[in-house]
Design a binder for this molecule. Structure first.
Ligand code: UDP
Length: 284
């Protein structure tokens, strides 16, 4: 189910060939009717790029709040297991690094990123309420920065931006001094982590991400190197309240799910660069 506000239908080409696959074009903030039985409901819908959610703050708030309510209602109706994809952004601009699940975060409720952070925090609270009041079987993944093939080249997040710039010989736009850190998880690792969580019995939030923490300057150098580009780096202003550090503590995922990421940043970037080179129109 997708309303395609940012999703691309071509990404489902490999799924449509299965006769047990059905796609519903629907906005999850509206009442959802599904006939038949369901084993699980996984709510992954959201704008996740800061560029997109700054453009659509109301849609972002609605999908995290109303969309979570509607999908929880569906899971309750079908007596299905419910998985909510929350975010590392619930930790805001963290004062502890790496972030364990019991860190309560440093979020500005009226800040420029609050439409995303606060809707996901509200979503977590709603999931807990459905577990307590209705006994729903729930899971919560806190997803850290994820990348890979099938991202939009115009997504606005750092990896598609840098790869497009490197492949077209433009300067890579590093925001701020580039000393801020992120930890990038390859998409196949993320999917395995989410499935391990779904199949576990862990009803409390679990960080899913790759703890390989890098500065944005390091990432820029790596992209230039992996593409063989002769692009330079240029600095642009840091967006307001851009978190200074971010790295998951994945001890809980390791011990309770038996999961950890296996794809290195180098290998993941190589596969992503190949995808962007072959499948995307790099002229923006
Ligand atoms: N960033 C950058 N250049 C870009 C896009 C992003 O330097 O062209 C920085 C951004 O300021 C942040 C980091 O890269 O510090 C990751 O940003 P992204 O938008 O990918 O996601 P975020 O982790 O902020 O949600």
């Amino acid at each position: 189910m997708d309303n395609r506000v940012s999703g691309q239908i071509e990404n489902l080409d490999d799924a449509f060939i299965h006769d047990q696959f059905f796609f519903h074009e629907h906005d999850v903030t509206e009442f959802i009717h599904v006939s038949g039985e369901l084993d699980a409901v996984l709510h992954l819908a959201s704008l996740a790029s800061p560029v997109f959610y700054r453009e659509h703050p109301i849609k972002t708030l609605k999908v995290g709040a109303l969309g979570t309510h509607k999908t929880l209602g569906l899971a309750k109706e079908k007596d299905a297991t419910y998985l909510f994809t929350s975010t590392s952004e619930v930790y805001g601009d963290p004062e502890v690094n790496p972030q364990p699940e019991d860190y309560r975060g440093n979020v500005d409720p009226y800040g420029p990123r609050s439409c995303y952070d606060e809707s996901k925090r509200y979503g977590e609270s709603l999931v807990r309420a459905y577990r307590e009041e209705h006994g729903l079987d729930v899971r919560i993944a806190r997803i850290f920065n994820t990348y890979g093939p099938r991202m939009r080249i115009d997504d606005g997040r750092v990896i598609p931006n840098f790869v497009r710039q490197a492949l077209t010989g433009q300067d890579l736009t590093v925001y701020g001094d580039g000393d801020q850190t992120r930890s990038f998880c390859y998409v196949s690792d993320m999917i395995e982590g989410l499935l391990a969580l779904l199949h576990s019995d862990v009803q409390t939030p679990v960080n899913i991400g790759n703890p390989d923490e890098r500065t944005i300057n390091e990432l820029a150098a790596l992209v230039i190197n992996s593409t063989g580009s002769d692009s330079d780096i240029t600095h642009e202003p840091l967006p307001p309240q851009d978190p200074q550090v971010r790295c998951p503590d994945i001890s809980k995922a390791r011990s309770d799910l038996g999961w950890e990421p296996t794809v290195s940043l180098g290998d993941g970037l190589e596969a992503s660069i190949e995808y962007f080179r072959e499948h995307c129109d790099l002229r923006l």
